[in-house]
Design a protein around this ligand. Structure first.
Ligand code: ALG
Ligand code: ZN
Ligand code: ZN
Length: 323
């Protein structure tokens, strides 16, 4: 069914009139949600990092990405699209998650996502640590049923518990499988690498239904072949993409909490995302940017570009569905 666009989307601040570095930062200098009322794509921050196992600081990731996104321009040549003209994209601000109580934070994030998705918007969430993917997936699954998942990360994040805690940044996808909110015939990690606790990490992960495209696979087989394989795995199912910025090599993303050598380049990540542009992307997150360890915004610039590509995929699809 095609629904008419309610009005012309309001785009970013015109950077030929108002310098890019002026004023408070919203993602890509887009309007705030309260300035447009409703939106097709909501860019929302989740400043929460109580779930981390190593360096803290991802609570500042969303605002660092917003700052770094001032230089994004309105036409995306790689996808031949003007994402902010095809659909309304707006910055919905931050979800106020309790930093002292993980269970409560997880509930708050799920409820806020329910509210946004309930308006018909798709979400582009800026973390925050990877814990937040669980409540976001819960909310997405309430709307779409179990979803396909492409998870870009150095880590599996299908571990069981840390210090007895079930909700951490290393465990969201095991919880999600246990809860039946993922379509276990269409799950893949991308960019996996680095030391594990034991081989069982991999056998458990495989039993949950995940495929793995390692960082070395990307290097050996190339981005086009990898994107083809991922597209085939996902088909036309509703797809959620979760990007942990540590999927990038620390040379491309030093500003993160659990860095691992031997990762993707930012160019490889962006090209793989673009190769997924025909997938039915219902929402996405980008997590684990920890700006205190960053230099010259290397990490947050890469993150802002990845979020831009994801947003472009969503707004193209929204425009296409309106005909
Ligand atoms: N989700 C991220 N970034 N890291 C998970 C690492 C879990 C660990 O330290 O074992
Ligand atoms: Zn990770
Ligand atoms: Zn992760």
């Amino acid at each position: 069914m095609s629904t008419p666009a309610p009005r012309e989307p309001r785009g970013p601040v015109d950077s030929s009139r108002i310098p890019r570095y002026a004023g408070p930062a919203t993602f890509a200098r887009l309007p705030r949600l309260d300035e447009v009322g409703t939106t097709d794509v909501a860019v929302v921050g989740v400043p929460f990092d109580t779930g981390v196992s190593y360096r803290p600081g991802a609570r500042f990731g969303g605002n660092a990405i917003r700052e770094a996104s001032r230089l994004l321009r309105p036409y995306n040549p790689a996808q031949d699209a003007s994402p902010f003209a095809l659909a309304q994209v707006a910055d919905a601000g931050d979800i106020a998650a309790n930093p002292f109580n993980i269970d409560e934070a997880v509930e708050t994030i799920e409820a806020a996502a329910d509210d946004l998705l309930g308006t018909g918007a798709r979400m582009m969430t800026l973390g925050g640590d990877h814990t937040i993917a669980l409540p976001l997936l819960r909310s997405v699954a309430k709307k779409h049923g179990p979803v396909a998942l492409l998870h870009f990360d150095a880590h599996l994040d299908t571990w069981d518990t840390y210090f007895g805690a079930e909700y951490t940044h290393g465990t969201p996808f095991r919880r999600a499988v246990e809860e039946g909110i993922l379509d276990t015939s269409a799950l893949s990690h991308v960019g996996t690498r680095g030391p594990l606790y034991g081989k069982k990490d991999l056998t458990d992960d495989e039993k949950m239904g995940f495929g793995i495209v390692t960082s070395a696979d990307v290097m050996r087989r190339g981005v086009d072949e990898i994107a083809d394989q991922l597209r085939q795995r996902v088909g036309d199912r509703p797809l959620y993409i979760s990007i942990d910025i540590d999927v990038l090599d620390p040379a491309h993303a030093p500003g993160t909490g659990t860095p691992e050598a031997g990762g993707l380049t930012s160019r490889e990540l962006l090209e793989i995302i673009r190769g997924l542009s025909s997938c039915n992307l219902v929402s996405a997150d980008l997590v684990e940017v920890a700006p205190a360890y960053d230099h010259a915004e290397i990490t947050s610039v890469a993150a802002s570009h990845a979020a831009y590509e994801l947003t472009t995929i969503m707004s193209r699809q929204i425009a296409a569905s309106r005909g």
